[in-house]
Ligand binder design. Sequence first.
Ligand SMILES: [Zn+2]
Length: 211
Amino acid sequence: MRDIIYLQKAILSHISDLVLVDSAHGGADGGCTSAEGVAEKGINLSILLKLRDILTLSGYQVEVTRDTDVSIHDSGIEGLANQKSSDMDNRLAVFNKYENALCLSIHQNQFTQPQYHGAQMFYSATNPSSEALARSLQGSFRELLQSDNDREIKQCGKELFLCYFSENPTVMAECGFLSNPDEAALLNTDEYQTKVALTLFSGISSYLSGK
Ligand SMILES: [Zn+2]
């Protein structure tokens, strides 16, 4: 009985927490691609859909920027560059639509040499809570999924548009490298995408329970 009461309290304590999840890219913008031609946008979306389910089942309020393969630019805008600019403006508007939301943008990484692998979290100092969120997520990857991951969280500037201009605690999660053939193959499986979603969930919930 005491366990049930504890569980109820744990769920009720974060019932007002809103988590905003962004699956980066979409539509004509595929993001980076693996050597086998798998685009980042679909992997980001698959992880987002799993993470949304896990968060929802755990009692969190969840909003997303997109849950289909689309760019969210304004209608009537011509040209890929203009569409990308409009898409980013609209994503930022969703990030800043809610007060006291936690924002997470899901990406996959790429590098010129194939040996690099492992998740890395990026944040901006424009919101003082973003660093702690990044630290929680990075720690979750190291503890739950990648014991050999010794990457440090990285502070970025305006080039990380959503992180820099978001008014909420915000992290860009680079979950793995599509330029690494082994990691790219893993990231393209349903099972590993579920593990990544659970890892992200763990980092989010431990940040929210500790703040
Ligand atoms: Zn990306």
